[in-house]
Design a binder for this molecule. Structure first.
Ligand code: FRU
Length: 496
């Protein structure tokens, strides 16, 4: 083991002791110490779920990238394992960037990641990164970098492909035992494309095709691709940088894109039929999926926005959390997401109200908490008389609240954490358009100390946001401008 990795492992063991468990999310994976970004190597291996992530253990800010590692039996109770990768070889001396994991035919686990190494400086002091794809092989705890690294270099790019932006391999095994991967890249037009490679054994890789092209439609560079079959469709997920907003579908900055279509086996290209945002909230990026042993496609993402890092304090000993793992499906040509069913096991303390008729403000006995699972259905209080606005405030006390509000006339659902305690002038609101349904709306909210995830209408749309409100603010308040009737179902979420 290199000294760099040994030092990271030593540091995390000592530093994590200073973080009480209450200072972390309950069931969302957070960084053991220091900084977390993208999920990496999300996989099922030897009877456990493995989740690695982009990691800088020494400070709560981005630095030379390592891979952290955690395992779980149920995707919710996570156990930290020692850091898996450190930037300690020539091709990855400046960082082990994002990548994925797959089981090899001989039972070992293969990690495929992007090695970053800066080229020699130019006379003006600038230099370009080189991004290549590298491998490490291990037993589920310890990994050895492959001596033949890098396995994909600038030589494996199509004409015009950037060797500076060439990253985030997502690898999988085909039914015939051969391997494929998709990698993000920037073509000559400066936007993004997804490259498709094949391998007989996981070690020797060949360029096959440009799977999909951005052509400057959805942001610029396409990061962190994932490609899989789901409910008779092919789904391509990617995280575009530098998005321009488009209606209420796509927002500015780093975004997430879901393309649904088919795969042409001849040309090895993707035929796009539908596009949508993956998440409509504030904090969601770089999702990655796995297939569970019982055949579910489960997605997890970094619950953070690159442009709002200052939501949390740099002095905090950990930074970054994952979303709740979500089961995916395609219905009516759209991507649906739902919290993994394992979450239901954490439920206790059921409180339910039906047909609550009100206007103005309301609180309900027993509906409160910061680790809760709450489903709300709202409908007009009078036949043919649609209310102006309905809102629920949570993480609420006299000073603070975060809100979800719905304006049925505009069909706009908004998340707003302006009053969540942040002292920074960053994005605190996001809006999305939901289907018109005569003022009827159902949504399920998952709260876990420092976040909220809102699953709208059976998971047709999801809004995720972090909120670092003091935990003592645990109220819920309902507000209606006009008469509404609502049902509320609440569970506490506990981990024993
Ligand atoms: C996405 C990303 C990836 C890269 C990693 C570096 O958030 O920029 O493209 O591999 O983060 O930490």
């Amino acid at each position: 083991m290199s000294n760099i990795l040994r030092e990271a492992r030593r540091h995390e063991e000592i530093a994590e002791q200073l973080i009480p468990s209450q200072a972390r999310p309950l069931f969302h994976l957070s960084s053991r110490v220091g900084w977390m970004n993208d999920p990496n190597g999300f996989s099922y291996y030897q009877g456990k779920y493995h989740l690695f992530h982009q990691y800088y253990p020494y400070e709560s800010k981005w630095g030379p990238m390592h891979w952290a590692h955690a395992v779980s039996q149920d995707l919710l109770h996570w156990e930290y394992l020692p850091a898996a990768l450190a930037p300690d070889t020539l091709p990855d001396k400046d960082g082990c960037f994002s990548g994925s994991a797959v089981e090899l035919a001989d039972g070992r686990q293969l990690l495929m990641y992007t090695g970053v190494s800066s080229a020699a400086k130019r006379p003006d002091g600038t230099s370009d990164d080189r991004q290549t794809q590298c491998l490490a092989v291990g037993d589920g705890v310890n990994y050895e970098k492959y001596p033949g690294n890098p396995v994909l270099t600038a030589d494996d790019l199509p004409e015009g492909g950037s060797k500076v932006d060439f990253r985030d391999p997502k690898v999988w095994r085909e039914a015939d035992g051969t391997y494929r991967c998709v990698v993000g890249n920037r073509p000559a037009d400066g936007s993004g494309q997804i490259l498709y490679y094949s391998s007989p054994d996981g070690f020797q890789w060949t360029f096959e095709s440009v799977l999909a092209e951005n052509r400057n439609r959805f942001g610029l560079m396409w990061e962190c691709p994932d490609f899989f079959q789901l409910d008779g469709n092919y789904v391509l997920l990617t995280s575009p940088q530098d998005m321009l907003p488009s209606g209420f579908e796509y927002h500015n900055g780093n975004g997430t894109l879901c393309l649904i279509g088919s795969f042409d086996q001849e040309s090895k290209t993707f035929r796009e039929e539908h596009d949508q945002a993956v998440d409509y909230g504030i904090d969601f990026y770089a999702p990655q999926t796995l297939l569970t042993p019982d055949g579910r496609r489960v997605m997890i993402a970094w619950m953070q926005n690159w442009d709002t890092l200052s939501i949390a304090s740099l002095k905090a000993p950990w930074f970054g959390q994952m979303t709740v793992p979500r089961e995916l499906s395609v219905k009516n040509g759209r991507l649906y997401q739902w919290p993994v069913r394992e979450l239901d096991v954490l439920r206790s303390g059921h409180v339910s109200y039906e047909n609550v008729d009100f206007e103005g403000e309301l609180t309900l006995e027993g509906v409160k908490g910061r680790t809760v699972d709450v489903t709300i259905t709202v409908r007009p209080g009078e036949e043919g008389q649609v209310y102006q606005k309905f809102a629920v405030w949570f993480g609420q006390d006299d000073t603070y609240h975060t809100g979800i509000s719905f304006r049925p006339y505009e069909s706009i659902l908004k998340i707003d954490r302006k009053f969540s305690g942040s002292r920074r002038a960053i994005i605190h609101q996001r809006r999305c358009k939901v289907p018109q349904n005569g003022g009827r709306l159902t949504f399920r909210m998952i709260l876990d100390r420092f976040s909220v995830e809102v699953f709208v209408n059976q998971g047709e749309q999801v809004l995720s946001a972090t909120m670092y409100t003091d935990q003592s603010a645990d109220g819920f308040k309902f507000l209606a401008d006009g008469k509404v009737i609502m049902d509320v179902e609440k569970y506490d979420l506990d981990m024993e």
